[in-house]
Design a protein. Structure first.
Lengths: 182, 182
């Protein structure tokens, strides 16, 4: 178990679990983003600071993300579309989970790749048909994993990752979103 | 109505709506992402191609997104966390909607800024307490808008954007996500 290395410090995560069991208030995080409209449907969103473990925290650097619509929607394509950002979050969350669970189970990973496909009937958001929802109809994630493990063990890794994934939950299940004007 | 300019080609969107009313198959889009594990919980996800209007489409360039966990989780902080990508998508989608609706209503925007806060009890994903969900508890979006319009008109812009937002729907309501191993 100790000779494999996926680069995940599982002991630190197990220690954190133990600490947070007795200190639920430290487990309350607030993630933040700040967005600015540029022109048209182009905007830039920056992320750096967040709150967690009872105090203000900060990523090492500020990261900026452009979003726009593609040229086929008569826009400038200065960035990916907003809804594609959900696929980035989903793929990366499930991948992080696979690496963490593999480390915890003593499975050496060699490569983990995934493709995500989100089906989207755009008649909803365009207001063509009020029976069509605005967001995705459904999403399919397919993993290709090379690891020192059987097919069953690899499938169990992915299943456990899904069970603990923050983004899988956030997309599969409803979350209350309050939108206000300052 | 014609003298204001938010950089949104509303006529093209209205034309698209009319065309798609008679051609629902052209409105079926598939957005795609490809993700590769690096090491630890760090991964890189790329986006370029998608399907829509009945054929393969492509963004002007491929964009790559790093995701990682922060140093307080014993990781390297080589990118924002997966769940923060959902906030990027939400802010940019609502902002694009505000610009589009303003253009359609003849309202000149001067600036649109928003902050998004996602509250997250990390005991869920760490497996500390199975009664705590893995994803966000709730999300709050606050807009600050400078426009040639009354406060009521600005609030109506934001409400209409929310009503048509793909990402607002995807986060507020459940979506079926199927995860498989190739």
């Amino acid at each position: 178990m100790t000779t494999i290395d996926n680069g995940v410090n599982v002991q630190a995560l197990l220690d954190a679990r133990e600490v947070l069991e007795g200190a639920p208030e430290a487990a309350q995080f607030t993630w933040r983003a700040s967005s600015k409209w540029t022109t048209g449907v182009h905007s830039t969103t920056t992320i750096q600071n967040y709150f967690g473990l009872g105090e203000e925290q900060s990523h090492k650097t500020e990261t900026a993300f452009d979003a726009d619509h593609p040229e086929i929607f008569a826009a400038e394509d200065n960035g990916i579309t907003p809804i594609e950002y959900l696929l980035v979050g989903l793929a990366s969350c499930l991948t992080a989970g696979v690496a963490s669970v593999a480390q915890n189970r003593g499975i050496q990973l060699r490569s983990v790749e995934s493709t995500v496909e989100g089906n989207h009937d755009i008649r909803g958001m365009l207001g063509v048909d009020s029976d069509v929802r605005n967001g995705f109809n459904d999403i399919k994630v397919t993993f290709t994993i090379d690891a020192d493990a059987s097919k069953d063990e690899i499938e169990a890794l992915v299943a456990q990752s899904q069970k603990r994934s923050a983004v899988f939950d956030a997309i599969s299940n409803p979350t209350e979103v309050a939108v206000a004007v300052a």
